[in-house]
Design a protein around this ligand. Sequence first.
Ligand SMILES: Nc1ncnc2c1ncn2[C@@H]1O[C@H](COP(=O)(O)OP(=O)(O)O)[C@@H](O)[C@H]1O
Ligand SMILES: [Mg+2]
Length: 374
Amino acid sequence: MRADRLRLENFRNYERQEIEFGPGINVIYGDNAQGKTNILEAVHMFSLGRSNRTARDAEMIRHGGDRASIGLDFSAYGRESVFEINLSRGSRKTITYNDIPVRKNSELLGKFNVVYFGPELLGLVKNGPRGRRRNLDMLISQLRPNYFSKFVELKRVVESKNALLKMQEPNRTLLDIMNEKLAALSAELIAYRLEFIRRLERFAAETQKEISGGSEELSLKYMSCIGRLDINADIDRKELAERLRNRISAAAPREAEHRETIVGPHREDISYEINGRDARSFASQGQQKTIVLVQKLAEVRLIKEEIDETPVLLLDDIMSELDKSRRKFVLANIDDMQIIITCTDYEDFLGSIGGRGGVTGIYVKDGTAERQSD
Ligand SMILES: Nc1ncnc2c1ncn2[C@@H]1O[C@H](COP(=O)(O)OP(=O)(O)O)[C@@H](O)[C@H]1O
Ligand SMILES: [Mg+2]
């Protein structure tokens, strides 16, 4: 999979800009606050139909303007395709794929895949569960549009149930209907999560072993709302739904007291263990950083396995966070795919990759991007 050309119109601090990417490593460089990350955000938009930085589309429209549009020509599965996304203040965004309107966001999913790694993910192991869930949800959504649809549905049901629980006398029948819906949706979502965590673990464990010279055994654990689930066990959806029903009933008094939905996939977590010990409390900062890196490389391999194409790797200012050996390790593991990377020091980056070819430099300054001649 390859991003060929990006068009920005009134997107963030870009008025009108076209960027042509190279097939190998694209290095977007320039000073701070010039518009480097904005480019990655625009590319990321085509993988999920939404930003990785904000939930409000209007925030991406250039100050003072009413609308923005971004377009991407990309190659995948041996053909070229075109995506267009139009944002406007006050109305919903519109999307076209090869000039055909995309009516639902889930129809965009799966056509253009990325793996994103930016500084806010460095605390993935250490910080709260929200980031870990979000990271996993973004991965699965890209590959299984159905997951995304169910996920949106679940959010709606949880919101309605919360509203119901906040009433003076919640209607019992209505609550029962919602709980049944929640159990069914949650079972589906959890089954997807289990499958993906299991597949991620296989790749991540291999990579962790390699990067640690054989001394570290990485395993992933899934802390579901129905307890810790063995990711390698075969649990069918019927059984999951049944366990969820029981768990929801048991939590009813607590939910009534807190007036909030406590049981559901919106309250779950993933944990990482190294040699059987929880990395969140036992791993050093450097080890935790390595785990995130390993997780990202595992995502790349999982996507490759799933779609038989390499995703586009977006690395935001991340190389400067890694020491020399880890940088080398990353580059050795991603040499057959397109990478779009941002940094402030271009020469330093070039030095660190040791004269490797296939590098396209793109210089960004104050909302303009200029491709450097090869
Ligand atoms: N909606 C917007 N309209 C105009 N400028 C914006 C908008 N959103 C962000 N910016 C500007 O974009 C710049 C930050 O771009 P960013 O890509 O994050 O920088 P960096 O090069 O450090 O990665 C800032 O100057 C900010 O003011
Ligand atoms: Mg930035």
